[in-house]
Design a protein around this ligand. Sequence first.
Ligand code: RIB
Ligand code: CA
Length: 316
Amino acid sequence: MSDQRRKIIIDCDPGHDDAVAIMLAARNPKLELLGITTVRGNQTLEKVTRNALNICQYLNIDVPVCKGLGEGIVRMSPPVEERVHGDSGLDGPVFAPLTKELDPRHAVDFIVETVMASDTPVTLVPTGPLSNIAMAIKKEPKILEKIEEIVLMGGAYQHGNVTPAAEFNIYADAEAAYVVFTCGRPVVMMGLDLTRQALCYPEVVERMSKVKTTAGKLFVDLMHFFCMTQKRVFGWAGGPLHDPTTIAYLIDPSCIETKEMYTEIDITGGPSHGRTNCDYFNLRTDVPKNSKVAVKLDVDKFWDIVEDNLKLYDAI
Ligand code: RIB
Ligand code: CA
């Protein structure tokens, strides 16, 4: 019987929450993780790439890891987010010496080659700045007809987190986001409005500490650091676990309510630069709705999905 799993590529900047997204995707029976590509965001390109390799090595995830862009496609990238993710970009866990090797292909080439070679459509899951995705679309527009959906973490129709107007992933490369939101393929946007409902309180960490697998341990080691910094920087009692909401949506879309909207990216370089202007009240009737914007999370279902998928890894 042909493989019915949904093919995905995760493009990320690990990043504690990116790491949990990878954990949820790699062993889930509904998904086929074709590869992981990295982009500068939470930390430098070198650091997020090393983190992606360490995550795969520790969890025995045998997929290609390809390095991508280290800067935005037009503007210089903003400072890395070490207040939240630490100097390594994945502070907290201690990894064994790294032996997993980087795939020699550039992330953009990997995305183009993999999508074009696939016999069925591929879903792109960006959880960092959209530089690699935009470059892949520009390098080979033919991939668009083979992209099922772009399910991304980024944006906000309410309050930003890197400026009052903008969320980090979009702000970090707003021009790339403009390319993605105007490419014509369906965009499912897990913005801060949604991800700030996925708060990893201490009792969630306690619950996952009972999952005696490699992924359970890694989750706890990651969250101890991530929740400490989120409290210190933003005053959050529980850290918002942004990126895994993309994978939870793919595993069980009933856990997230979305609303179709026209979304436009502000690339004017002003005080709202990098904002996702989402037409929540459908005021713009002259343009097609280009995005499904996540509005409500079934929190209990979300944490059940997290726990169920941490259990799929090797016992410790
Ligand atoms: O704004 C939150 C997003 O920025 C998350 O994807 C986090 O990992 C960082 O990339
Ligand atoms: Ca991220």
